[in-house]
Ligand binder design. Structure first.
Ligand code: SAH
Ligand code: SF4
Ligand code: F3S
Length: 469
C-alpha cells in the first residue's frame, strides 16, 4: 500500500498565518464577526466541522445559530443518499435571500457533496450566491480560501480529485465537553457497490498512533468521558503504517490511558472484525461493550452484488464469536432494503437474519442510487411501493425486537454516563448506558458529565426510563 502524504507542519503554519491575517480584517468590522456552521451526515463530518470551527475561531469568529446574523455560512454536506442531497440543495437555495439582504456574507459549501464533480458543476451554474465550494481533501486549506475571498472578489472552487492526505495540527472547537470524536483514519478502500464514500473521501489513510494516543490522553485529562474512535472501517487501521499497527492494538493502548472514560469506535466492516478485536473488547474495561456491525443484507447473493465480501453465514459466525466473549454485548447495525435486483425471497432472508441476531438497534435505509457507483448501473425493476412496504415490515419487526430487548433491562441497575439535560419536564436528565442505550431520568443537572448507577424502571422502543440509586 502507498505511504500516506502528510501535510507538512510548515504548510499548516502557513494556514494559521492566513487565520491571523483574516483575524486582523475581522477585527476592523463594525459588528462582532459571527459564523454559522451547519453539518449533515456522519460523525466524520461532525469531526470535520469541529476543525472548520477551530479555524474560524482563529480567524476571530464567534458562533451563531442564525444565518441572518452570520458573516460566514458553512454548509458541510453529505452525499450518502438522494434525500440528504435534496435537503442540502433546498437549504442552500433558500440562502439566496440571506445573500440578497447581506451581500457581504460569505456562503461556503463543503463536505462529500462538494467532492462530486456533477454537484460542483450544478452549484457553479445554478447556485451563484455560493462563494466557496471545497471537498474534504481541501479542508486544511480553508483559511487560505477564506482569506482570498475576503481580499479579492469572485468565487472559488477547490474540488479537484486529490489523492487525500493527512493534516495534523488543525485547531478544533469541540461541540461537547463530555463526548468527543477522534478520527483515527480517513477514506475507504472497500468500494461497496452502492456507496459514494470511497469517491468523496479518497483512499484509506491512518493517522500515526502516537498522535492519536496523545489526543485521547489530552481529552481524558480535560475530563472527556466518552471518546469515539472514528473511521469508515476502523478495522483496516494501520495497514498503511510501519510498525505492525492494527486496530485491536491501538484500541488496547488507548484503553490503557489513565482517566475515567469509555472508548467506542465506528464503523467496523464485518469482513475485517477479528476475534482479536473481540478479545480486546472483552479484556479492556474502558472499551464499551457495544459494536456497530453493519450487515446490509441477510442474503449472500445480494451481499456479493453489494461487494461486501462476506456471506450470511460468515456474518452470523462473527456475531457468535463476539457473543461467546461478551454475552451482553450491545449490537447495532445498518441494513439496506431494495438493493437493485433484490427479490422478495432475498428480502425475507434479511428479515430472518434480524430475527436470528436480534440487534439492539438498527439503522434502516431504502436503497438510493448514487451516480458513479456500480450499483447505480444495475437494472432495478422493483417498484418503489414494494420497497417501501418491505421497509415498513422490517421496521415493524425491529421495533418489536428493540422493545423486547429494552424490557429485559427493567429492574437492572446500569452504570450510566449522565450526558445532558432532558427535554421532558418529568425526566430532567439524559444518560447513556455503557452500551449506548438512551436513558431518561430525573436528577440534579450538576450530575451532567458524571457516571452514576441508574435503576431501570420502564422503557419504550427508543429509550429506557430510570431513577438514580
Ligand atoms: N463506513 C460505514 C458506513 C457508511 S454509510 C460502513 O461501512 O458501515 C452508513 C450507511 O448508509 C451504510 O452502512 C449503508 O447501510 C447506508 N448506505 C450507504 N450507501 C447507501 C445507498 N446508496 N443507499 C442506501 N443506503 C446507503
Ligand atoms: Fe461505504 Fe462500504 Fe466503505 Fe462503508 S465500507 S464507507 S459502506 S464503501
Ligand atoms: Fe455522508 Fe460523507 Fe459521511 S457521504 S455519511 S458525510 S462520509
Amino acid at each position: 500500500m502507498e505511504r500516506t502524504t502528510l501535510i507538512s507542519p510548515a504548510e499548516i503554519e502557513q494556514q494559521l498565518s492566513h487565520c491571523q491575517a483574516v483575524a486582523e480584517l475581522t477585527a476592523q468590522w463594525p459588528d462582532r464577526p459571527l459564523a454559522f456552521v451547519d453539518t449533515y451526515g456522519c460523525q466524520q463530518n461532525e469531526a470535520d466541522s469541529e476543525r472548520i470551527r477551530g479555524f474560524l475561531a482563529k480567524m476571530g469568529f464567534g458562533f451563531t445559530a442564525s444565518e441572518e446574523e452570520a458573516r460566514i455560512i458553512v454548509i458541510n454536506t453529505c452525499a450518502i443518499r438522494e434525500h440528504a442531497e435534496q435537503r442540502v440543495f433546498g437549504n442552500v437555495g433558500a440562502l439566496v435571500h440571506v445573500k440578497r439582504r447581506h451581500p457581504d456574507t460569505l456562503i461556503c459549501l463543503c463536505g462529500c457533496m462538494a467532492q462530486q464533480p456533477h454537484v460542483a458543476k450544478k452549484i457553479r451554474e445554478s447556485y451563484r450566491h455560493v462563494d466557496l465550494v471545497f471537498g474534504p481533501h481541501a479542508l486544511w486549506r480553508f483559511p487560505e480560501m477564506v482569506h482570498t475571498l475576503l481580499t479579492q472578489r469572485g468565487r472559488a472552487f477547490s474540488v479537484d480529485d486529490e489523492a487525500g492526505s493527512i493534516a495534523e495540527g488543525i485547531p478544533v472547537v469541540r461541540q461537547d465537553r463530555i463526548k468527543a470524536w477522534v478520527s483515527i483514519m480517513y477514506g475507504c478502500n472497500n468500494f461497496c457497490s452502492y456507496c459514494i464514500v470511497p469517491y468523496t473521501r479518497g483512499r484509506e489513510r491512518s493517522r500515526e498512533p502516537e498522535v492519536i494516543l496523545g489526543e485521547i490522553a489530552e481529552l481524558a485529562a480535560q475530563g472527556y468521558k466518552d471518546i469515539t474512535l472514528l473511521g469508515q472501517n476502523v478495522n483496516s487501521y494501520g495497514k498503511d503504517l510501519e510498525g505492525g499497527w492494527d486496530f485491536p492494538r491501538l484500541l488496547e493502548r488507548a484503553a490503557a490511558i489513565p482517566g475515567e472514560f469509555l472508548l467506542r469506535f465506528m464503523t467496523s466492516h464485518p469482513k475485517d472484525a477479528t476475534e482479536k478485536l473481540f478479545d480486546v473488547m472483552a479484556r479492556c474495561e474502558k472499551v464499551a461493550p457495544v459494536i456497530h456491525l453493519p450487515f446490509q443484507s441477510g442474503n449472500t447473493r445480494v451481499l456479493t452484488a453489494m461487494n461486501r465480501r462476506y456471506s450470511r453465514e460468515q456474518y452470523l459466525d462473527k456475531v457468535d464469536a463476539l457473543r461467546r466473549r461478551i454475552p451482553n454485548v450491545v449490537l447495532t447495525s445498518d441494513v439496506i432494503v431494495g438493493f437493485p435486483g433484490e427479490t422478495t425471497e432475498e428480502f425475507e432472508d434479511t428479515l430472518s437474519l434480524i430475527e436470528q441476531v436480534r440487534f439492539d438497534a438498527l439503522f434502516t435505509f431504502i436503497y438510493s442510487p448514487r451516480k458513479g457507483t456500480p450499483a447505480a448501473e444495475l437494472p432495478d425493476p422493483q417498484p418503489r411501493g414494494e420497497k417501501s412496504a418491505n421497509f415498513d415490515r422490517l421496521v415493524e419487526v425491529q421495533n418489536r425486537i428493540s422493545l423486547e430487548k429494552h424490557r429485559a433491562y427493567i429492574g437492572s441497575v446500569q452504570r450510566c454516563l449522565i450526558d445532558g439535560a432532558g427535554e421532558d419536564p418529568r425526566s430532567s436528565l439524559n444518560a447513556r448506558t455503557a452500551g449506548g442505550r438512551l436513558v431518561h431520568l430525573d436528577g440534579d443537572p450538576a450530575l451532567i458529565g458524571r457516571f452514576a448507577d441508574v435503576r431501570i424502571t420502564g422503557c419504550s422502543t427508543w429509550a429506557l426510563f430510570g431513577e438514580l440509586v
